[in-house]
Design a protein around this ligand. Structure first.
Ligand code: ATP
Ligand code: MG
Length: 379
């Protein structure tokens, strides 16, 4: 089977690596350069998007910021999964909030802002600080403002206005700042018959808006049940096919959705060695119309993002249970270059392995590894 993936980054690459043993062959479409590429070698195919669509049996996406005309072409072919609507909801916070409201899933309270009045309304309703996000442009914490004190309001409004005036199709959302205890996410897959399989909830740490560390196997059953409930509601509302990720804030034992990602997700990379069938394979399976693989936890696992580094100390690979996954990208400050997965039979053993890794990974470049090791060791 030939599968086309919209987007040619690391997610397409990791899909291709697990698709090959299924005899599914992936080509990636880089929406920026408009080239069709091999997602692992980067080799270029002399093919237009239209030709690639025709030559494919199935089409999917690895990210949500796909131009609408490209999405429309793919949807018309009848080969595209999950759907244009699902990708659009992931790429537009206003559509996403409307979806969550319709599905009956709680999320951070919000106001859509197109004029100053709306900003003042948000300040009155939610108080300060406020989280302000562009609806269509953000990723990795980019395209956001934090309004912390009322003296900043006029300045931030000027910046918001400049943004709104630059492109009339763009909009802005103001959210209540949620005083969360932790951030968690759930990844799951839904097939074309509507069967759903959900991985254990992952606990995530962000540094400067970017995911730095995920741990799976530590979340209690009550949180897991809430996450599964939200997952079913959202996936069914979208008649979703493929892997879908949902990020949550946990406040007083309750989950509030932060955002959804209609694709495989960074906080699910641990499934490459911590679950029976990883998120990449389950996405490919769902899109291909194959049965979903088991999503149970095989062993407690953690994932450490490699940001802005093009090498890791060799001792990392000498740590039992640790493996590196490089994305083959040119290094830039803060860029997601790869990740390290580490697993163990018990949480205590995982703590020991993270502790060993923290001796080789600096706190500055790999924040939170040592603290997480200590937390697991003191359980
Ligand atoms: P990514 O695509 O990498 O997940 P993003 O750019 O889409 O990130 P968000 O997930 O919306 O952005 O926000 C990034 C981080 O900012 C969140 O993980 C969270 O730590 C913080 N944050 C966002 N919204 C809120 C909120 N309403 N209250 C408190 N913290 C927030
Ligand atoms: Mg996010």
């Amino acid at each position: 089977m030939q599968m086309l993936v919209l987007g040619a980054g690391q997610l397409a690459r990791m899909m291709a690596l697990v698709a090959a043993p299924l005899d599914i062959h992936i080509r990636a479409y880089d929406v920026t350069t408009k080239q069709v590429l091999h997602p692992v070698t980067g080799e270029r195919y002399e093919q237009s998007l239209q030709q690639a669509i025709e030559a494919s049996d199935r089409i999917t996406a690895e990210f949500e910021h796909v131009p609408l005309d490209v999405l429309a072409l793919c949807e018309q072919s009848g080969k595209f999964f999950p759907s244009k609507k699902a990708i659009e909801c992931g790429g537009d916070r206003a559509k996403e909030k409307a979806l969550l409201d319709t599905a009956g899933v709680a999320s951070a309270p919000y106001v859509l802002v197109t004029e100053r009045l709306h900003l003042d309304q948000a300040i009155n309703e939610f108080g300060l600080p406020l989280v302000i996000k562009t609806c269509q442009a953000g990723y990795d914490g980019k395209g956001q403002w934090r309004l912390k004190s009322s003296e900043q309001t006029d300045d931030i409004w000027q910046e918001m206005l400049a943004f709104l005036e630059k492109d009339v199709t763009h909009s802005i959302i103001c959210e209540k700042m949620i005083p969360f205890e932790r951030e968690v996410s759930v990844i799951g897959a839904r097939d074309r018959q509507g069967n759903v399989k959900v991985y254990p909830v992952t606990e995530n740490e962000h540094t400067n808006g970017v995911l730095t560390l995920s741990v799976a196997g530590i979340v209690n059953q009550d949180i897991q049940a809430q996450a599964i409930d939200a997952y079913h509601k959202i996936a069914e509302e979208l008649e979703y096919v493929g892997v879908l990720a949902i990020e949550f804030f946990e406040v007083d034992g309750e989950l509030l959705v932060n955002e959804i990602a209609p694709r495989v997700h960074n906080s699910g990379h641990w499934t490459q060695q911590g679950a029976y069938c990883c998120q990449f394979e389950n996405h490919v399976r769902a899109v291909a119309g194959l049965p979903l693989g088991n999503t149970d936890l095989l062993r407690p696992s953690a994932m450490i993002n490699v940001l802005g580094q093009d090498a890791i100390p060799q001792q990392v690979l000498a740590t039992t249970g640790a493996r590196s996954h490089w994305y083959g990208k040119k290094v830039k400050p803060g860029r997601k270059m790869g990740h390290i997965n580490v697993s163990a039979d018990t949480l205590n053993e995982l703590g020991k392995r993270l502790n060993e890794l923290s001796e080789h990974l600096s706190e500055q470049d790999y924040p939170g590894v040592k603290a997480r090791a200590n937390q697991l060791l003191s359980r």
